[in-house]
Design a protein around this ligand. Structure first.
Ligand code: CP
Length: 320
């Protein structure tokens, strides 16, 4: 595997889930696979789970790990071609990327959406330069439009906790004070479409996700109706994806607290498990009682980030 951005990059999804299951039973079974190999993790944005779980996964495989926080100690990077670099940016990404590639065998990149230029974000302008110029396999640690390590961990978690063959999974928008990217809901939708689940997306009008990710999902604007009989409730905020009104891309169109997941919302479900990728804002996305309930899966899904990362890194090592 040379890149990991989308569910298709894993090939057979059931096979990947079996591999995840095996790794979880013995996460040190391949602890020499990464000997004398180095993972470089590059963060343009903050992280807790991705940083720790991905490093742990690489260490489980015997790798060395280098972490670069681009905004804390590195030269400020110019990302556009054709500019006169007479400002505060000392180095161009087009030199920095091959240099970074020369120090490692695999690269993970976190680079969020700017949320001002939809075309720039949805072309994955930053990470695609890493693919093109690093000379190394590259995987997403959340890019402008996708967060596949999270979606894979979410699917592993659903597989572990489902009690029916084809559970009903509802992705629901929830309010947040700031504009957030669409990467998590995009990937979650993409991966649920590839899984054997009954998948429903609910959000206020104007928050329609890009059709390439919505796929065959049922879109229901009535949140309570969408939640009826759900086995899993996946809450997440996202800013306007600009599908119906491109001029609204990246904007906060609603802070309707009626969409916050509370006991009344969970009451119409099939005693659903609550899920969220974290970090989560309590009182905005979800109430304390729901996130603290025994049915909440926020900690197990975060723990499964180590497993999803290990499957991906293992496959990349095997393809070197
Ligand atoms: N869910 C997730 O990616 O968490 P971090 O932003 O803390 O890495």
């Amino acid at each position: 595997m040379k890149t990991f951005f989308n569910v298709q990059d894993l090939g057979n999804l059931q096979q990947a889930l079996r591999e995840a299951h095996e790794i979880k039973k013995d996460r040190f079974a391949f602890d020499t696979l990464g000997k004398n190999r180095t993972l470089l993790m590059i963060f343009f944005n903050n992280s807790l789970r991705t940083r720790l779980s991905t490093q742990k996964a690489a260490m489980n495989l015997g790798m060395n790990v280098i972490v670069l926080d681009v905004n804390a100690g590195a030269w400020k990077l110019e990302t556009e071609r054709g500019v006169i670099m007479d400002g505060d940016k000392s180095e161009h990404l087009l030199e920095a990327i091959p240099v970074m590639g020369s120090y490692c065998d695999l690269i993970g990149v976190r680079s969020f959406a700017g949320l001002t230029d939809r075309s720039y974000d949805y072309a994955e302008t930053i990470v695609q330069q890493f693919v093109r110029y690093s000379g190394r396999p590259v995987f997403a640690m959340e890019t402008a439009t996708v967060h596949p390590l999270q979606a894979f961990a979410d699917l592993i978690t659903i597989e572990e906790h489902k009690t029916v063959a084809r559970p009903k999974v509802v992705l629901t928008w929830a309010p947040h004070p700031k504009a957030l990217p669409q990467a998590v809901p995009n990937s979650f939708a993409e991966w649920m479409n590839a899984a054997d689940v009954d998948f429903v997306i609910t959000h206020p009008e104007g928050y329609e996700l890009d059709p390439q990710f919505v796929g065959k999902a049922c879109v229901e604007y009535d949140q309570m109706k969408a939640l009826e009989g759900a086995d899993f409730v996946y809450a997440k905020n996202w800013s306007c994806p600009g599908v119906t009104r491109p001029e609204d891309y990246g904007k906060v169109l609603s802070k309707d607290m009626g969409w916050t997941i509370d006991a009344a919302h969970m009451a119409v479900t099939n005693n659903a498990h609550f899920m969220h990728c974290l970090p989560v804002r309590r009182g905005m996305i979800v109430t304390d009682d729901v996130i603290e309930a025994p049915t909440s899966l926020v900690i197990p899904e975060a723990a499964n980030r180590e497993i999803s990362a290990q499957v991906v890194i293992k496959r990349m090592l095997e393809s070197l």
